[in-house]
Design a protein around this ligand. Structure first.
Ligand code: ARG
Length: 462
């Protein structure tokens, strides 16, 4: 019999039960639900709303249920719809009338708002910890490849010389922002909805500050209607996870390119690649491809929940039961992708020889050639035109800028002198890019230190 059956003359249709029940997925909230009930029951006792004996019995009962759930001894049932009613029913079955007093001055809307918020709050440090592990891998690899010259690209066309470290550290910065985005979400969500009631608070003399504090919140949410209505914290989480997956996916795309025969900038460890069922030569970057592919489902989770929420009048509507699966799915997906991606990067072999060879072609020192002429007194626009003509000439003759003789260079401008060859050396081109944030060695070191400090400041979360 349903907890709410009093008003009904008939049983719920079986198909409705199937549609309505959420226990198959919201059982993941069991711990939060019990924690919330423990705080609520203690507060009811402290405020004299129930007797201290009942509060103590509820506490003992709930702690027993928690132990049994964790020991795998509890079978939840769809007859009790969701995790909230399952636990309440279990409690009442175990301790009798005291169990029936737990729901005084509380609603399920209250409970789900609280449990879900706490679940999101608990998920964030897990993802942050994994991001920090990834950052450490990036720092380590960046240190090793500080002077490995590679072509930097725009439009996937070779553009200017950078180091492999510079490329990795760019992602390091993106992931650091992903960390702070999640931290912001955790900060903002840390207000307690419990005590909002169904929507309009309660006539009982509850103490919302007590429960908020007991549950580790900064304070109670200010408006009861808001407390049970909004899921913006879940959307912020999904937004943060979507952006994080977007970063991971771009990186994955580059890993896929880099281990193609066309690039061969890296080789994946055998443990992080897969073979083909028909082509014996194949070594496929499935890890990176799956990360790229799974980005789509995390975006889907975000779009799904945004769409669920967009037309809902205040306060709670059953549509909102659809909030949990996208969040569970996105957290599961990200938590699966991050560690394996980090391991894949940690174990890859970097082919600095191929990077250097690629950097040697494609005129990525053309800007430096123009800058050379500019520093000798030619206006930059003119230097740009002269260098453009040189590039066209070299392309036609299958040469690089530094392969031209001084005489050949001087045919284009008499400002060219012996020192041009030093200026065109890729290592020098990179070393001279010492502006703040550039790929020069000093700046690379600064970036690595900055990232290491960022990780150290959060050491406790790893
Ligand atoms: N299972 C519900 C959910 O996940 C809990 C809240 C139900 N409240 C209600 N009044 N039907 O959203």
């Amino acid at each position: 019999m349903k907890l709410w059956s009093g008003r009904f003359a008939k049983d719920t249709d079986a198909l409705v039960n199937e549609l309505n029940a959420s226990i198959s997925f919201d059982q993941r909230l069991y711990k939060e639900d019990i924690q919330g009930s423990l705080a609520h029951a203690k507060m009811l006792g402290d405020c004299g709303i129930i007797s201290r004996e009942d509060a103590a019995a509820i506490k003992e009962g709930l702690e027993g249920i928690l132990r049994d759930v964790e020991a795998g001894k509890v079978e939840f049932t769809a007859d009790n719809e969701d995790i909230h009613m399952n636990i309440e029913a279990l409690l009442t079955a175990r301790i009798g009338d005291a169990g029936k007093r737990l729901h005084t001055a509380r609603s399920r809307n209250d409970q789900v708002a609280l449990d879900f918020r706490m679940y999101v709050r608990r998920g964030i440090p897990v993802v942050v910890g994994q991001l920090l592990e990834l950052e450490q891998v990036l720092c380590r690899q960046a240190k090793q490849y500080q002077s490995a010259v590679m072509p930097g690209y725009t439009h996937l066309q070779r553009a200017q010389p950078i180091s492999f470290a510079q490329h990795l550290l760019a992602y390091g910065q993106m992931f650091a922002r992903d960390v702070t985005r999640l931290e912001d979400c955790a900060k903002r969500l840390n207000q307690c909805p419990l005590g909002s009631g169904a929507l309009a608070g309660t006539t009982y003399p509850i103490d919302r500050f007590e429960t908020a504090e007991a549950l580790g919140f900064d304070g109670p949410m200010s408006n009861s209607l808001d407390g049970v209505s909004d899921r913006d914290y879940a959307l912020e989480l999904l937004g943060g996870l979507s952006i994080l997956m977007m970063h991971l996916s771009r990186f994955a795309e580059e890993v896929i390119l880099w281990c193609s025969w066309e690039f061969k900038f890296i080789e994946l460890d055998d443990g992080y690649a897969t073979g083909s069922s028909i082509m014996p030569q194949k070594k496929n970057p499935d890890v990176a491809e799956l990360v790229r592919g799974k980005t789509g489902r995390v975006y889907g989770d975000l779009m799904g929940l945004l769409t669920v929420m967009k037309g809902l009048p205040l306060a709670y509507n059953k549509d909102m039961q659809e909030d949990k699966e996208p969040v569970f799915d996105a957290l599961d997906t990200v938590e699966m992708c991050l560690p394996v991606f980090a391991r894949m990067l940690d174990t890859m072999t970097v082919r600095t020889d191929n990077m250097r060879a690629a950097a040697g072609k494609g005129f990525i020192n053309a800007t430096d050639c123009a800058d050379y002429l500019t520093k000798k007194g030619m206006p930059f626009r003119d230097a740009y035109t002269v260098t453009g003509r040189l590039v066209a000439d070299c392309t036609a003759r299958g040469k690089t800028l530094e392969e031209l003789t001084l005489e050949e260079l001087r045919a284009f401008s008499d400002l060219f002198g012996e020192d041009v060859y030093e200026a065109l050396k890729l290592e020098n081109c990179m070393a001279l890019r010492s502006s703040f944030g550039g790929p020069a060695a000093g700046e690379t070191r600064r970036q690595i230190q900055e990232l290491e400090r960022f990780v150290q400041a959060r050491e406790h979360q790893k």
